[in-house]
Design a protein around this ligand. Structure first.
Ligand SMILES: Cc1cc2nc3c(=O)[nH]c(=O)nc-3n(C[C@H](O)[C@H](O)[C@H](O)COP(=O)(O)O)c2cc1C
Length: 197
């Protein structure tokens, strides 16, 4: 699909057909997610693909899906035939930035003012969503206030921090209009300055 079409089609989809997605399709999507750039090529990204219905149902419960339903949304999290849990391993960045070619002149590790392991996880989130659209599918994303129970459910190691979950599936009509509809984009001049602020 043309990149402009992929971008145009991409939106946060909050309802899916319960039709399973072939494993090869999901493999292509996560392989494209792996291509994300990362600070120092640290590659702190870790992905967990969940297709098992019972586990997806549990993730939905632990993500308070009932609150979406109470607001008039569909039970989109449990319905999505695939969840891709995005995790990031901060230690990969420290390991990388302690290597000789990355040390500062005084031999110490650089401390970036921005946690690039989170930045890179966000970039991966976008790649995964675009890759899903490129496969003719739809994607959504959600965050969770308390990751503890999902961390445990999926056996995620202590040094991998879950960041967000991308839902993937064939889109279904949505009971409630998405929040962004009608709000419009901030004017381009508010977002973009040229040469200086
Ligand atoms: C970091 C991040 C976290 C998000 N978390 C949620 C979420 O918890 N639940 C949800 O329904 N949508 C979530 N969204 C989707 C946004 O609400 C959505 O992207 C935004 O409203 C713009 O709509 P669009 O993606 O359709 O353009 C999240 C998006 C991002 C980028």
């Amino acid at each position: 699909m043309d990149f402009a079409d992929v971008l145009r089609r991409r939106r946060a989809v909050r309802n899916y057909l319960e039709e399973p997605i072939p494993r090869e399709t999901l493999e292509r999507i996560v392989a494209r997610g792996r291509r994300v750039p990362s600070g120092g090529f640290s590659q702190g990204l870790r992905l967990i693909v969940v297709t098992d219905a019972a586990t997806r149902g549990r993730i939905a419960e632990l993500s308070d899906e009932h609150e979406y339903v109470a607001m008039g949304f569909d039970p989109w999290i449990s319905r999505a035939p695939a969840h891709i849990v995005i995790g990031t391993r901060e230690d990969d960045y420290h390991d990388r930035y302690r290597q000789p070619d990355k040390l500062q002149e005084d031999g110490t590790e650089i401390h970036w003012p921005v946690p690039y392991w989170h930045v890179d996880a966000g970039a991966a989130m976008m790649l995964l969503m675009l890759a899903a659209v490129d496969e003719g599918l739809a994607a959504g994303v959600f965050g969770v206030l308390d990751w503890g129970p999902i961390w445990e459910l999926l056996g995620i190691p202590d040094d991998v921090l879950p960041v967000a979950v991308v839902t993937v599936g064939k889109p279904a009509p949505e009971s409630r209009e998405r929040g962004s509809k009608g709000r419009g984009w901030r004017p381009i001049d508010e977002i973009v300055r040229w040469e200086r602020w």
